[in-house]
Design a protein around this ligand. Sequence first.
Ligand SMILES: NC(=O)c1ccc[n+]([C@@H]2O[C@H](COP(=O)([O-])OP(=O)(O)OC[C@H]3O[C@@H](n4cnc5c(N)ncnc54)[C@H](OP(=O)(O)O)[C@@H]3O)[C@@H](O)[C@H]2O)c1
Length: 225
Amino acid sequence: MPTVFITGSNRGLGLEFARQYAHAGWRVIATCRDLGCSAKLSDLPGVEIHALDVTDYGGITVLAEKLRDKPIDLMLCNAGVFGADQEFGMVDADDFAETLKVNVIAAMMLAQAFRPHVAASQGRVMAFLSSRMGSIADNASGGFYIYRASKAALNAVVKSLSVDLESSGIVSLALHPGWVKTDMGGEAAPLSPGESINGLRKVLSQVTSQHSGKFLSYDGEEIPW
Ligand SMILES: NC(=O)c1ccc[n+]([C@@H]2O[C@H](COP(=O)([O-])OP(=O)(O)OC[C@H]3O[C@@H](n4cnc5c(N)ncnc54)[C@H](OP(=O)(O)O)[C@@H]3O)[C@@H](O)[C@H]2O)c1
């Protein structure tokens, strides 16, 4: 039975990843920052839940040590924030820094801490929830400085991981889930979490070493950096 490790699993796409992988018979290690805040997660059968605020970098190391004998076939770095005011003239430096801590630095720390767990598995995939908004090639509309910059930086991390972790047999990917109805995506989004995660699970099930260092959409499209 393969194992998936997911950050930010108490709502939105993380919860849907946990739900679908648990339903498919995977062993699910789900993390969220407040253990008390997701009845929906704790209601899922057989899911192992751990508390983790991804900006508590010491906490990432402690959890990695706690799980040291558990191979992780698929690590999903999903937890993310959008940032507050993003119009030119309105960007707040502290908010920008906080967004980078969650969306970029935490992903790097998770990759460093959990490399041995992923390397020891059969699946050996690290996948990072990015966004098409992080594509510099695709940016025709401008704005969204904080979110775009954070996901572009995450993409740079993923690309380097794909080179550096190749010798450990680890595939590193950036994923775009589409525009999805969650607290972050909002009600106007065209996709349900179920549709997005169905698509991403299909993409992930077809991943080989040839895909390492790629930026893939939920529908299989390769997105330019
Ligand atoms: N929805 C979309 O349309 C869309 C599009 C492109 C990319 N994405 C990406 O997909 C991922 C999931 O998005 P979503 O739509 O599910 O967002 P969401 O509904 O806002 O959920 C965000 C999740 O991240 C968690 N999180 C935030 N900061 C955290 C921290 N410091 N430590 C641990 N967990 C933290 C939240 O936990 P709390 O409940 O504790 O806050 C929550 O579980 C994000 O990386 C996002 O950028 C989403």
